[in-house]
Design a protein around this ligand. Structure first.
Ligand SMILES: NC(=O)C1=CN([C@@H]2O[C@H](COP(=O)(O)OP(=O)(O)OC[C@H]3O[C@@H](n4cnc5c(N)ncnc54)[C@H](OP(=O)(O)O)[C@@H]3O)[C@@H](O)[C@H]2O)C=CC1
Ligand SMILES: CC(=O)C(=O)O
Ligand SMILES: [Mg+2]
Length: 646
């Protein structure tokens, strides 16, 4: 380190962070730094100074002249290339060496920096100003042509996982192109970066692992989580999606390999909700896994131990939650994702009053389903209070949705929520939830234990309860059998059937089954997408009931209002905003959700309603309230178009 200090003093790097932008440079800008494994300076005050310079460089690289950092008076030391200047090559293996890196805000490293890289879209002028001559072939192409080319190459992959890997590679190589591709082709690429393919990617994460994405916090880091958070290169984080990998979609415990989910959810935050990618932080908390197959898999990337539980688990999570608040402040949104229900409800309850937390599986799913149900009333008639609901699955999604429906009916009718719950029934793996089971029920199921004789399977429950609306949230595939759907169709002119479980393999039924067995009368949507189907000469474009409609806009609304807490009324605002986006044409096609192709506009509408509610409830801190919240939300959204570099 002494060498670095001498070197920096001799080369006037101290203090450059304030003045570098004004300087004019005549040679490639160079900053020399010792780095730790994540690319941050290794130690001490010098590290901080260099880090500040680097940070300022990266923040200003887009807008500042020539991306000048320091006048290049370092030539005598670093030029020449072949010389073993730092003695690394001659050091014996047991000698310590400093991991030097030379960071240049232009030239070759610019092509390797996913935030700033434009590939062949660098203009002639940029190629001159940023020392890119010769590093690229002569052709200059537009971002649109890059998108066209990438899509053509993407479509050549027949295997979905290959497409997923190609998308991840692109994200690591050229972030803006990745987001442009995703935004411009959202309906085609959502199933690649999100469900269903992300599920397979998580299952095989160890084998396909190339570049680490996101932050891994394991039991090994206990006592040092704040330090680990500081290793992340970005400082201004607005949204964290965190999982402990125990309930990944309907695929169960995938341990550390659940990382694909926070990464995927956050790419939707940016693409669909317009949150800047640099403000998003995917985190996996690795407390072990009970998945024997993974524990025996030589390519498994996580801790090889069974899951920590009880106090050991709670302490790690508490340290994490405290460190996040300490490092990023009160207004960072922490989205819990794919935790098992025995932790999910408790975490939400415990941190709901101290942190800005949101559980997507409980709350986001509830909001999206209530939106779909609001829209479906245009097709099936009546109000929510006129309907009878039956769920297969009484976990996070099932009870979360049930509670929000009950709340909405209570708001509409003025009846107490204890009353409005009575038209909502749930079936779990042991049958219908009824009062006689009360003692053995988990706490989140108890409000749903109505008076009824025991019923031990779904078909009998459908016959007994006679629901108008059937919702699958079990994670158990093909559980809406022919008999179940035929019975729904015999009870209702237009049965509403939602098969929410992900990925496709866990869907309670396929679109084809729902339409065929109901003779084309079902109002159907599923968690993972199905291709349109034809039945009796009629075309049925099946809709997707997925929380991806809600969480990006919801998060945007929290951020633009500076909200400090999530409130159930915000979820209902989001539902109404989404339902309002369902056009008559959508309804005529049997769709109760709008197409994803409009999602950024929809997200802005959702964000505006959520933000307005935050202001109304006194939970917003960004004051004064903007006059036009939709326009404000739109103006805040990240755009993936390339910036011009001076
Ligand atoms: N479309 C979307 O946006 C979303 C979809 N989901 C999907 O919903 C599914 C469930 O998620 P979540 O609620 O978090 O999971 P949970 O584990 O919290 O709940 C699952 C529930 O299903 C019940 N169950 C499981 N198998 C059966 C079966 N064969 N018959 C009857 N009941 C069964 C369980 O019963 P028991 O309690 O007795 O064990 C439990 O009540 C997952 O596939 C997930 O991907 C989740 C969130 C959003
Ligand atoms: C969509 C989602 O959040 C889930 O399936 O868990
Ligand atoms: Mg989820």
């Amino acid at each position: 380190m002494r060498f670095l200090i001498d070197f920096l003093q001799n080369n006037s790097l101290y203090g450059v962070s304030k003045s570098w932008a004004q300087r004019k440079m005549s040679a490639p800008p160079v900053v020399l730094a010792a780095v730790s494994s994540n690319g941050r300076p290794a130690d001490g005050n010098v590290g901080v100074l260099v880090e500040n310079s680097l940070k300022e460089m990266s923040e200003n690289a887009v807008s500042s002249a020539s991306s000048a950092v320091v006048e290049n008076d370092l030539t005598s030391t670093v030029r020449g290339g072949v010389e073993d200047v730092y003695g690394e090559d001659t050091a014996t293996e047991d000698q310590y060496i400093t991991p030097w890196t030379v960071t240049v805000a232009s030239g070759y490293p610019l092509l390797r920096d996913p935030h700033y890289n434009k590939g062949l879209a660098f203009t002639e002028k940029e190629r001159d100003a940023h020392f890119l001559r010769g590093l690229l072939p002569p052709v200059v192409i537009s971002q649109d042509l890059q998108v066209k080319k990438m899509m053509a190459s993407m479509r050549q992959y027949q295997v979905p996982l290959q497409r997923y890997m190609a998308m991840m590679d692109l994200q690591e190589r050229n972030e803006r192109l990745f987001y442009k591709l995703l935004i411009d082709n959202v309906e085609e690429l959502l199933p690649v970066v999100y469900t269903p393919t992300v599920g397979e990617a998580c299952q095989k994460y160890g084998s396909i692992f190339r570049q680490p994405q996101g932050l891994f916090i394991s039991l090994k880091e206990k006592g040092r989580i704040l330090e680990v958070l500081k290793n992340w290169p970005e400082k201004k984080i607005q949204v964290i999606v965190v999982t402990d990998g125990e309930r990944i979609l309907g695929l169960g415990d995938l341990g550390c390999q659940g990382m694909g989910i926070p990464v995927g959810k956050l790419s939707l935050y940016s693409a669909l909700g317009g949150i800047r990618p640099s403000a998003c932080l995917p985190i996996t908390i690795d407390v072990g896994t009970n998945n024997e197959q993974l524990l025996n898999d030589e390519f498994y990337i996580g801790l090889r131990r069974t899951r920590a539980t009880g106090q050991e688990y709670a302490e790690l999570l508490h340290e994490f939650m405290s460190a996040v608040k300490q490092n990023y402040g009160e207004k960072v949104l922490i989205q819990f994702e794919d935790f098992a229900n025995h932790n999910a409800f408790d975490l939400l309850a415990k941190y709901g009053s101290t942190h800005l937390v949101f559980n997507d599986d409980i709350q986001g799913t509830a909001s999206v389903v209530v939106a779909g149900l609001m829209a479906s009333l245009n097709l099936v008639g009546g109000t929510l209070a006129d309907h009878t609901f039956l769920f297969l699955g009484a976990g996070e999604a099932g009870t979360g949705i049930a509670e929000l429906i009950a709340l909405e009916i209570s708001k509409q009718t003025g009846a107490p929520v204890e009353e409005t719950r009575k038209k909502i029934w749930l079936v779990d793996s042991r049958g219908l939830i009824v009062e006689s089971r009360m003692e053995s029920l988990q706490h989140f199921k108890r409000p749903w234990a109505h008076e009824h004789e025991p019923v031990n399977n779904l078909l009998d429950a459908v016959k007994a309860i006679k629901p108008t609306i059937l919702i699958g949230s079990s994670g158990a595939g093909r559980t809406f059998t022919k008999e179940v759907i035929e019975t729904m169709a015999s009870l209702n002119e237009k049965p509403v059937i939602l098969a929410l479980s992900n990925p496709t393999s866990q869907s309670e039924c396929t679109a084809e089954e729902a339409y065929t067995w109901s003779e084309g009368r079902a109002i159907f949507a599923s968690g993972s997408p199905f291709s349109p189907i034809e039945y009796n000469g009629k075309f049925y474009p099946s809709g997707q009931a997925n929380n991806a409609y809600i969480f990006p806009g919801f998060g945007l609304g929290l951020i633009i209002s500076g909200a400090i807490r999530v409130h159930d009324d915000m979820l209902l605002e989001a539902s109404e905003a989404l339902a309002a986006q369902v056009s008559q044409e959508n309804l005529d096609n049997g769709l109760i959700y709008p197409p994803f192709s409009n999602i950024r506009k929809i997200s802005a509408q959702i964000a505006a309603r959520v933000a307005a509610k935050a202001y109304e409830l006194g939970l917003a801190t960004r004051l004064p309230q903007p006059e036009n919240l939709v326009a404000y939300a739109e103006s805040c959204m990240y755009s993936p178009h390339y910036r011009s570099y001076r």
